[in-house]
Design a protein around this ligand. Structure first.
Ligand code: SF4
Length: 103
C-alpha cells in the first residue's frame, strides 16, 4: 500500500529482514533462490548482503515495498522465498511499521 508522508511525498512500505545467523546450518537454499541478497560466507553460513549485525548476532536489513534488484526482481518476493526455503527457519520478514511478521 502506498501512503503519503506529511511532506506529501509517496511513502513506501518498509520491511525488515531478520536473520538469526548463529542458527544457520549452511544449507545454502537461501543463496540458491535469492543470490542477490544471500551468499555463503567462508565459515559455511549464509550472509545477508548489506545487512547490519545487532547485539544478538542477528543480521538485519531494511528493504522497501517496490525495491527491485539489478535483475529486475522484487526484493520482497526474493527474501520471502529465501525465508520459505530455509530448512531451519532462521530468516524472518516483518512489516517495519506495524511489526507484523510476514514469515
Ligand atoms: S537456507 Fe537457512 S540454513 Fe541454509 S544457508 Fe540459508 S539461512 Fe542458513
Amino acid at each position: 500500500m502506498v501512503e503519503l508522508s506529511n511532506q506529501g511525498q509517496i511513502k513506501e512500505k518498509r520491511y525488515k529482514i531478520v536473520y538469526d545467523r548463529l542458527a544457520c546450518i549452511g544449507a545454502a537454499a537461501c543463496a540458491a533462490v535469492a543470490p542477490e541478497f544471500w551468499e555463503m560466507d567462508e565459515d559455511g553460513k549464509a550472509k545477508l548482503i548489506g545487512a547490519e549485525t545487532d547485539e544478538n548476532g542477528r543480521e538485519i536489513l531494511i528493504i522497501t515495498e517496490n525495491q527491485m534488484t539489478q535483475t529486475m526482481k522484487k526484493a520482497l518476493e526474493l527474501n520471502l522465498e529465501a525465508a520459505e526455503v530455509c530448512p531451519v527457519q532462521v530468516i524472518h520478514v516483518y512489516d517495519e511499521e506495524t511489526g507484523e511478521k510476514l514469515i
